[in-house]
Each structure stands twice: as structure tokens, then as C-alpha cells.
Design a binder for this molecule. Structure first.
Ligand code: ATP
Length: 231
């Protein structure tokens, strides 16, 4: 279980997150939604043990997340962390060296689904192609938790659905995934639950199917309602 308990995070005087609590359940696909600067990446980096809460804690199976928890938590950050001279094949080797759970065959198959040749150099890729390589590498790890920060950035409209399907198909039934994105409509068909951040607060957690059946509104419309007044 991945539990966020009363987590706050400040950068000097800026409060990026304030008293946020929620638990990610196994086998659920979550959308992490909120306007720019609402704290989504800040939470992901802390859950990936790349930074620490100012107060509160994030617990993986009862223990505060730490370097060791990276074995169970796959994190896809927004920035590019590959060397420009690497080929896509080198990216696979680099992951295989770092992570025992990295599945080279799955990486090859995901690259082929996304029509990427593994002899291409990182510096020659378009931003959409690079985004696909990052997704293929992350989803080739076999882990219980995946945290994807804006994975669809740079990917064209037509390819987004294919990429989302590739992500979802790569998951085992028990795996938990949380995807942050501003592309609410694109995420909607694939997610079970949504967490809404606004100005550093978790303002709502909802079940997407329930939203449609009881309120008769889409996730995107619910988002618009909740974020009214935001720039
Ligand atoms: N290293 C940092 N130093 C100072 N302030 C930071 C730092 N990282 C984040 N912040 C601030 O914390 C707040 C939350 O930022 P965060 O990146 O988590 O938002 P976000 O919801 O991921 O935004 P976006 O959708 O634009 O990516 C913002 O006001 C941001 O300026």
C-alpha cells in the first residue's frame, strides 16, 4: 500500500503541498489532476523518494519511502534524463543495469508497437518520440507501482490513445498506476479514480464511473467545476 499521511512540502516561503492524505489501492488506475503549480509533481517526487516532505510521511507497505522503495515504485519524471548520444537500445541496457525487474523483451515489443527503431540516437528524436521511449522504458519494469508525470506531453493527438492503451495493457491486475496530466479528456476512458489537487490541497478524490452514473457528468466537466476561478 502507498499511503500519503498529512504531507506538507514547502520551498522557502512557498507552500507547494499542505496536509495532503490519501491511499493508493492495488489494481487501481488513478488520474492526478490539477492546474499548473497545484503540487502534482511535488507529490510524485516525494513518493519516488527523490525529495522529502517538510512534514507528514509517505509510507510504502508501512515504511517511509526511501531509495530502496525505488525497486517497487517506477517513476517517470517530466524531464529528459537520458544522454543525448545514447541510442534507444542503450536506454534499454541502462535500465537493465539499474533495475532487476526490467524486461528487455517487453521493451523491444513496446518499441515496436510504438514504431521506434532501437538504433536511433536520443538527440535525433522528436519530443513525442522521446516521450514514447520514456514510456516504453518505464512500462518495461515489472513493479507494483507506477507514477507517471505527464507522460502524454509531446505526443500527438492520434498517438495518445495508442500510448495510453500500451500503458494500460502493460500493467498486471494488481499494479497501481497514477498518471498526472492536463489532458483530462484523453485520460478519462482509462482511469478508475481521480485525485484533484488545487493550490497544494487535495480537494477531492472520486470514482470516475460513479461520477458518470450518479452525477451524469464527465471527468473533464467535473474538473472544470472544481477548478472554477483558477487562472
Ligand atoms: N524546487 C522548487 N523550488 C521552489 N518552488 C518549487 C520547487 N518545485 C516546485 N515548486 C513550487 O511548488 C508549487 C507546486 O509545483 P509542482 O511542480 O508540484 O506543480 P504541478 O501541479 O506539478 O504543476 P504543473 O502542472 O505546471 O507541472 C509551484 O508553486 C512551484 O513553483
Amino acid at each position: 500500500m502507498l499511503e500519503t499521511k498529512n504531507v506538507s512540502k514547502s520551498f522557502l516561503t512557498k507552500k507547494a503541498l499542505e496536509d495532503v492524505s490519501f491511499t493508493l489501492e492495488p489494481g487501481v488506475i488513478y488520474a492526478l489532476l490539477g492546474p499548473n503549480g497545484s503540487g502534482k509533481s511535488t507529490w510524485m517526487k516525494m513518493a519516488a523518494a527523490l525529495s522529502h516532505p517538510s512534514s507528514g510521511e509517505i509510507l510504502l507497505d508501512g515504511e517511509p519511502v526511501n531509495i530502496k522503495s525505488r525497486e517497487k515504485i517506477v517513476f517517470l519524471p517530466t524531464d529528459n534524463f537520458y544522454y543525448s548520444t545514447m541510442t534507444i537500445r542503450d536506454v534499454g541496457k541502462y535500465y537493465a543495469d539499474f533495475f532487476d525487474d526490467f524486461d528487455q523483451d517487453r521493451f523491444a515489443s513496446l518499441l515496436s508497437k510504438m514504431e521506434l527503431e532501437d538504433n536511433l540516437k536520443i538527440k535525433t528524436l522528436s519530443s513525442g518520440m522521446l516521450a514514447k521511449v520514456k514510456i516504453a522504458a518505464a512500462m518495461s519494469r515489472i513493479a507494483p507501482y507506477y507514477l507517471l508525470d505527464e507522460p502524454l506531453n509531446g505526443i500527438d493527438l492520434i498517438a495518445r490513445d495508442e500510448v495510453m492503451e500500451t500503458i494500460i495493457r502493460s500493467l498486471s491486475d494488481e499494479a497501481t498506476i497514477i498518471i498526472s496530466s492536463h489532458l483530462v479528456e484523453e485520460l478519462e476512458p482509462y482511469v478508475n479514480k481521480a485525485l484533484f489537487f488545487k493550490q497544494g490541497h487535495l480537494i477531492e478524490a472520486c470514482d470516475v464511473e460513479e461520477l458518470r452514473s450518479t452525477k451524469g457528468i464527465s471527468l473533464a466537466d467535473h474538473y472544470r467545476e472544481l477548478m472554477k476561478g483558477e487562472a
